[in-house]
Design a protein around this ligand. Sequence first.
Ligand code: C5J
Length: 221
Amino acid sequence: MKTILAKPYDFPLDPKSCALVVIDMQRDFVESGGFGEALGNDVSILQEIVPTVEQLLALWREGSGLVIHTREVHLPDLSNCPPAKIRRGNLKTKIGDQGPMGRLLVAGEYGSEIIESLMPLEGEIVIDKPGKGAFYNTDLGKILLEKGITQLIIVGVTTEVCVQTTMREANDRGFDCLLIEDATASYFPDFKQSTIDMIVAQGGIVGWSTPFANLLQGIKS
Ligand code: C5J
């Protein structure tokens, strides 16, 4: 067992029972010309966390820990995308429409793929999810149960949308979750901070949070 300095109190990390979950580090959210930009966001802010996520992935792979990547994507016929989700925002370019990186948030399109530097390695699990939470309409819960996972380290984008939704879903299913603060980003820095505050409030009502340096120090000690 490793002790990780965290908020609201130390996180007792059991690396064998813990998976690293990397949420939606896809071109569609992180690069120009994708869904994030279609929503009116400046995507450059999300790119700032990429080096930290890279280091964390390397650390976790070095220890042979379980790595799970997620992607927010839909089937090409959009049968797993509720019409309300497509309509939301009255966007000029909607989910399923053609953009510069292919059809937005559609499986198999260039924009739906995870960015080059965080590409899943052969054998790593990739969960394609039609919702914001990674448990909704996916096999994630079953996979974690089968592998004896009870803790999750959570990183990725965006903090208050897919990251927070996944963390809340995991918390309700009995997982202890640790959010890595400098490995998650939002298009809205205030929302990121508020999300962290909400997660750790009331004795960690949703989970724990800490910067990557504390995780590294705890693992190496
Ligand atoms: C959003 C996500 N923001 N991955 N998706 O629509 O957070």
